[in-house]
Write a protein that binds this ligand. Structure first.
Ligand code: NDP
Length: 452
């Protein structure tokens, strides 16, 4: 018999925690999970899933407008009902919470409702119980962070924005990251007068520069009011709204302000003060996902890697193989070439290096771009355009980056990501016969470099 109550005690039933718990249990490990909020974590409850549903709701706006050119006459101007969308979303998330509970149950994992506190290297306290475990896994994710300024308490964060009682007719989002551009597109599409305020000269820092410019122009065409090189100075409550004063002197009256100013590790009250942190305040882990106390493991957003659900899932699989598998993985988890999508409108999909990164890393590169009006919009009358871009290391001919801004960019780039990860050459792309007529075929028909 083991000297511990459990082989693995997981704190946090989000994407990474649940995957680690189930996978470890499948190896025969005795596993318990503590969760004090909701099953499925940020992604299921206040992130990827509800965001994608709202993004899809917002796309109908364009679809209704596009339909006219194809002969569809709508009997009246479509009206949007926020309560229907919000409540249908709540129902779907409840269903997913149930699925997560049943998955843990079926795997033989004990679920404990409560916020766990780590007492020492092998003991936690949760819901009045002290439990010992050979290994403790911290998978508590992140939490929205909002800077302080006069009136900052009047902002909403990305946990609160999903369940608003009333639809904001006038909406402002502060920030220039994923959440800011996605929610600007969502509320703009749903019919709000929308403002995005970002402190830098161009949002989506870190993405390919041309992609950022293209997304800026497309979002502006769709009606999002972009205020760059500005921040919020103050927010005051007015009768029936909020008055937002920007650092550039502009004053905007809105109904809701979303602060999408980043997320921080959710470590408060966990009893982990002695653990080593990174410069950004995340838990430092090695490639076995061990913190500075080797029996305490951590993965996902709390460790400061790419804050993406599939990354947490991959980390969970790797971690379990390391600590519960018959043999450890042969190599550390490979964080290169992780594809990602930003669900602004139009969507962005990207994998590999930006043009700027590739130029720095390889020196001589070839850049292939195409910027076109999708076939659909020849009849719809929409002025929406699509950008596709391949970046090639000139010496090896290997495609080191692929980027798209356009409808379903994430769906397209997911396929291209396999080729980029496999290290395929531009010649392989050229030898691939396209699917016609699609937008995606442009990725295999780009013949002449736009620049070197
Ligand atoms: P990000 O870190 O991506 O962006 C935060 C933004 O807030 C940046 O533009 C930053 O500006 C700005 N900011 C930070 N501090 C201040 C301040 N004091 N005043 C004004 N602006 C400020 O965070 P998000 O909250 O957008 O998202 C968190 C993470 O969640 C993302 O990085 C991503 O990994 C993940 N996510 C993924 C999604 C997806 O896969 N589609 C969707 C949503 C989130 P600056 O750039 O100048 O630093």
């Amino acid at each position: 018999m083991s000297e511990f109550d459990y082989d693995l005690f997981v704190i946090g039933a989000g994407s990474g925690g649940v995957r680690a718990a189930r996978t470890a249990a499948a190896t025969g490990a005795r596993v318990a999970v503590a969760e004090d909020r909701y099953l499925g974590g940020t992604c299921v409850n206040v992130g990827c899933v509800p965001k994608k549903l709202y993004s899809q709701a917002a796309h109908f706006h364009d679809a209704f407008e596009d339909a006219g050119g194809f002969g569809w006459r709508l009997p009246a101007a479509p009206e949007f009902d926020w309560a229907t969308l919000r409540d249908n979303k709540i129902g779907e998330i409840k269903r997913l919470n149930g699925i997560y509970g049943r998955l843990l149950d079926a795997a033989g994992v004990r679920l404990i409702n409560g916020r766990a506190r780590v007492l020492d290297a092998h003991r936690v306290e949760v819901a009045g119980e002290t439990i010992s475990a050979a290994r403790i896994l911290v998978a508590v994710g992140g939490w929205p962070w909002v800077p302080e300024f006069p009136g900052s308490e009047l902002t909403l964060d990305s946990n609160q924005i999903f369940d608003l009682d009333a639809f904001p007719r006038r909406f402002l989002v502060l920030g220039g990251g994923y959440i800011a551009v996605e929610f600007a597109s969502i509320f703009n599409g749903l019919g709000s007068e929308t403002h995005l305020v970002y402190r830098g000269e161009l949002f989506l820092r870190g993405f390919d520069h041309e992609v950022r410019e293209f997304a800026r122009d497309e979002m502006a065409k769709k009606g999002v009011n972009l205020h760059f090189e500005a921040n919020i100075e103050a927010i005051e409550r007015l009768d029936g709204g909020l008055l937002v004063t920007l650092t550039n002197g502009e004053r905007l009256e809105v109904d809701a302000v979303l602060a999408a100013t980043g997320r921080r590790p959710h470590l408060e009250g966990l009893g982990l003060d002695g653990l080593e942190l990174t410069d950004t305040g995340h838990l430092r882990v090695n490639d076995r996902f061990e913190t500075s106390v080797p029996s305490i493991l951590a993965l996902g957003d709390v460790t400061g890697g790419p804050e993406l659900t599939p990354v947490a899932l991959a980390e969970a699989m790797h971690l379990v193989q390391h600590h519960f598998g018959e043999a450890p993985p042969k190599t550390p988890l490979d964080y290169r070439n992780i594809a990602t999508a930003v669900f602004c409108h139009p969507n962005i999909g990207t994998v590999g290096l930006s043009e700027e990164q590739a130029r720095e890393q390889y020196g001589d590169i070839r850049v292939y771009t195409t910027d076109f009006r999708p076939l659909k919009h020849t009849l719809s009358g929409s002025s929406e355009r699509c950008l596709m871009k391949l970046i090639v290391d000139d010496e090896s001919d290997v495609v080191v980056g692929a980027h798209m801004v356009g409808e379903e960019a994430g769906e397209v780039i997911q396929g291209i990501a396999i080729a980029v990860r496999a290290g395929l050459a531009k010649a392989d792309f050229d030898a691939t016969v396209g699917i016609h007529p699609t937008g995606a075929e442009e990725f295999v028909t780009l013949r002449t470099p736009t620049r070197r």
